[in-house]
Design a protein around this ligand. Structure first.
Ligand code: AMX
Length: 436
């Protein structure tokens, strides 16, 4: 057992009695009540999922293992001369709940290096789909193609996986899968838009290696460290996290589960919003003949979008009720590294007008920007202008959180997820409606 797995085993042993006690002694304590509006409204706000890996406060934003984004950035070890922490250290933090030392980071990096070789059939699966497939379809299919490698399935079929040790096989699958995702992502980019693949290097950290496989110079390595960290987890109810958790609850292995989560991330109301933001911005620029629009023009474009029945991408959130700190982290980076960039200026100008427009529109509960309002602009600046690729970057980051979560799901014995549905007639009866 490697040292990371040993630390995790210790943490799991320490944690299990807490869950067991809550279930045995306090199982009947009420956490929430469900209204008809919630049953019809996408289960917003119903407290019915448990994770200790991250928590999303509507006003403060995300905390990873109790740490805000600025605290996370400050406390995690960083490569020499870098401002952004090692992604490997963040993964250690998500998985174990402990802040890693430099040595711990090295151990995760070593694990990833040992496990990162991507089998040729994964590339064949992706290229076999043709270049006209969306990058998220390629990414999901690439992940799913590796399902036959699952250590959990081997143990399950051999009868050696049980309620107590299943997490160990999930852990092996999670580490094997996570180690390969940067190369699969970079391969999709290079295959679809560039001429040839750039091989992975064993001497770099995850962020640095990803940047060099993309073929982009510094400080793109810093961009990607920040990017993967801020996109990693957003508690359990969002579509990608919930889909991964739900599928894994059937004891489908990590490959099946992550592929499902990635499919959810590919929706325009979720992760695909980052592509939609850039598409929308390009549309605005095209209509303006390449000129930066005035404030009045922007207000008009916002209303045109709303009046045509579309949402303004990158704004609003199901839980957040203030500017997303993931937006703020990227804005601070952009103010430092690309303050004069025209797309950044446009993103900043939108930040000044969209909230007022959405408030006047009166529908969105949260008129403030989310993570996706900013992420494309930084990618564009560093030369990744193929915006339909952006959600793959989100997906590599999101995998860190959702994969850590399914290891803990098995460790704490969370069962098959199976909420109850009712009929419309039952809702009417509950509401006391008698005239139907
Ligand atoms: N533009 C226009 N209308 C919006 C809006 C926006 N950015 N955000 C919310 N609304 C509308 C909703 O469509 C809904 O309209 P309806 O009453 O006609 O059905 C109404 O406001 C109430 O919605 P809500 O309760 O505020 O939001 P929600 O929880 O239903 O949805 C979200 C949340 C993110 C899907 C929504 O804000 C949205 O569509 N935003 C734009 C897409 C986006 O940026 N998605 C990325 C979110 C972050 C992420 O997951 N990556």
């Amino acid at each position: 057992m490697g040292i990371l797995k040993e630390t995790l085993a210790r943490k799991i042993e320490e944690h299990r009695p807490r869950t067991t006690r809550l279930l045995k002694e306090f199982g009947k304590v009420k956490l929430d009540e469900v209204t008809i509006a919630q049953a019809l409204g996408g289960m917003r706000g119903i407290k019915s999922l448990v994770t200790d890996i991250s928590y999303l406060d509507p006003f403060e934003g995300i905390r990873f293992r109790g740490h805000t984004i600025p605290e996370t950035m400050e406390k995690l070890p960083k490569p020499p001369g870098a401002e952004m922490p090692y992604v490997e250290g963040h993964f250690y933090h998500l998985l174990t709940g402990e802040l890693p030392t430099e040595e711990d980071v090295g151990l995760v990096n070593e694990q990833f290096t040992r496990r990162k070789h991507v089998p040729q059939y994964v590339f064949d699966t992706i290229t076999g789909m043709g270049k006209d497939s969306h990058p998220m379809t390629m990414f999901s299919a690439g992940i799913l193609s590796m399902q036959k490698e699952s250590e959990f399935v081997k143990a399950y079929n051999a009868g050696t996986a049980n309620r107590y040790n299943s997490w160990e096989f999930y852990y092996e699958d999670v580490m094997n899968c996570m180690a390969k995702l940067p190369e699969i992502g970079a391969f999709i980019y290079r295959y679809k838009y560039k001429d040839k693949m750039i091989p992975s290097s064993d001497d770099l950290d995850l962020g640095g290696d990803f940047a060099q496989m993309m073929g982009i110079d510094k400080p793109y390595d810093e961009v990607m460290r920040m990017y993967f960290i801020i996109h990693s987890d957003h508690e359990s109810g969002n579509v990608s996290a919930h889909a991964t958790h739900l599928v894994a609850s059937a004891l489908s292995d990590a490959y099946y589960a992550l592929s499902a989560g990635i499919n959810g991330l590919a929706g325009p109301l979720h992760g695909l919003a980052n592509q939609e933001v850039l598409r929308w911005i390009q549309d605005v620029l095209e209509k303006m003949g390449g000129q930066i629009p005035s404030k009045e023009d922007l207000v008009k474009f916002c209303w045109d979008t709303l009046n045509s029945g579309q949402v303004i991408p990158g704004y609003g959130h199901a839980v957040l009720r203030k500017t997303d700190p993931r937006f703020t982290a990227q804005r601070e980076f952009a103010l430092k590294y690309l303050p004069e960039d025209p797309i950044f200026k446009l993103v900043s100008a939108l930040y000044e007008v969209v909230p007022d427009v959405l408030m006047e529109h009166g529908r969105a509960k949260n008129p403030w920007p989310n993570v996706d309002a900013h992420s494309g602009c930084i990618q564009w600046y560093y030369g990744v202008r193929e915006y339909d690729f952006y959600t793959v970057l989100f997906g590599i980051g999101r995998a860190l959180g959702v994969l850590a979560n399914i290891v803990w799901d098995r460790a704490l014995g969370y069962p098959l997820e199976r909420p109850k549905s009712v009929t419309t007639a039952m809702l009417e009866t509950a509401a006391g409606i008698t005239d139907q």
